[in-house]
Design a binder for this molecule. Structure first.
Ligand SMILES: [Zn+2]
Length: 234
């Protein structure tokens, strides 16, 4: 799986077949790199191969930003940090889960959530979170990432806007798997909140909509996302 350039200095790194799981790479003007999400525990091999394929040095990856504490996003974090020496950043409400290597409890008002809640909590290798952030912060990494807190999937789930290129990474607030859709309900800590907070994405200005699950959308991305959120998929 090779990296897909989606804007100048921005690449999507598929780490599972059929674009089912993606990480992202952002390059700042000084050549430093920021990764967004680490994928599953099997993903680091693909992430590192993509860096090699792009001719990027591992030690130039200064930061690993995590959208939320689920095993398919943070599961590979420890290995990525080991290989690159990057510092992990996450929302202040997500850090506790990352540091303990556990996923937030799913919403017990959904059947799937109740089922998941009865299982042993799915975990992942503990992550050493170096710094936390809140909504609206502009992370000085990868050329600048604006934090858009979109809670509900998990308490500290975030989307990110790379304002200099107009790339929006939705995280799990929206999927592009067989079309735009909301995240699956069962892993959400608050299904209603996850859907209402996704509406924030429609208020942003962006050129490219990128998803941790599914291929990115270039042409017409903002129109398509706004139409989906308004309940009239284009
Ligand atoms: Zn998730």
């Amino acid at each position: 799986m090779t990296a897909v350039q989606i804007a100048p200095g921005v690449w999507r790194l598929p780490t599972a077949p059929f674009d089912l799981v993606n990480s992202f790479l952002f390059e700042a003007s000084d050549g430093s790199l920021a990764l967004l999400d680490a994928g599953t525990k099997r993903a680091p091999r693909a992430v590192l191969a993509a860096l090699d394929g792009l001719g990027k040095r591992r030690e130039d990856v200064t930061h690993l930003v995590l959208s939320h504490a689920h095993a398919d996003h943070a599961g590979g974090a420890e290995q990525v940090v080991d290989a690159t020496g990057s510092a992990v950043l996450a929302h202040e409400r997500e850090a506790v889960y990352l540091r303990e290597g556990r996923m937030p409890r799913p919403d017990s008002t959904t059947r799937g959530g109740r089922l998941l809640a009865r299982l042993p909590a799915g975990g992942f290798a503990k992550v050493d979170v170096a710094g936390t952030f809140v909504d609206g912060a502009v992370l000085p990494v990868g050329g600048g990432l604006t934090v858009v807190h979109t809670p509900g999937h998990t308490p500290g789930h975030c989307s990110f806007l790379h304002a200099s290129t107009g790339v929006l990474v939705t995280g799990d607030a929206l999927f592009n798997v067989r079309g735009l859709r909301y995240s699956f309900r069962s892993p959400c800590t608050d299904v209603r909140l996850s859907r209402s907070s996704a509406a924030r994405l429609g208020e942003l200005d962006f050129e490219v909509a990128a998803f941790t699950h599914g291929a990115h959308v270039g042409d017409g991305a903002q129109v398509a996302v706004r139409a989906f959120l308004a309940g009239r998929p284009s």
